[in-house]
Design a protein. Structure first.
Length: 112
């Protein structure tokens, strides 16, 4: 029984590694594995813009350095955008202290 379980786990790991595409060129998230995203710099993927598949971060800091992802959503930082499968479209130059305070209040219970 234990041998069957070990074999199953090994097969699942081999299957996951076989489907990993990290480092491959891409033009959209659909060309990457489920746990990856199409990462580009300064411009969003698609329309002949090529990026590379990168693993999505599993954990991010709670730093507030707002960016807008290629989906048009504002994220607290670039790591959170990447965790949601988005490259950074723009980074906000001037930080609004009101938004920063709102963000800190919202996450005050999650600060380690």
């Amino acid at each position: 029984m234990i041998t069957i379980i070990r074999s199953s786990i090994l097969l699942m790991l081999l299957f996951a590694v076989a489907h990993a595409t990290e480092g491959n060129k891409c033009t959209s998230n659909s060309e990457c594995a489920d746990f990856e995203y199409c990462s580009t710099t300064k411009i969003c993927p698609g329309n002949d813009v090529t990026g590379v598949c990168k693993a999505r971060p599993q954990t991010c800091t709670k730093d507030y350095d707002p960016v807008t992802g290629c989906d048009g959503v504002e994220y607290a930082n670039a790591c959170e955008a990447a965790a949601n499968g988005q490259s950074v479209k723009t980074k906000r130059d001037g930080r609004s202290r009101h938004n920063k305070k709102r963000y800190e209040r919202r996450h005050q219970n999650n600060i380690d």
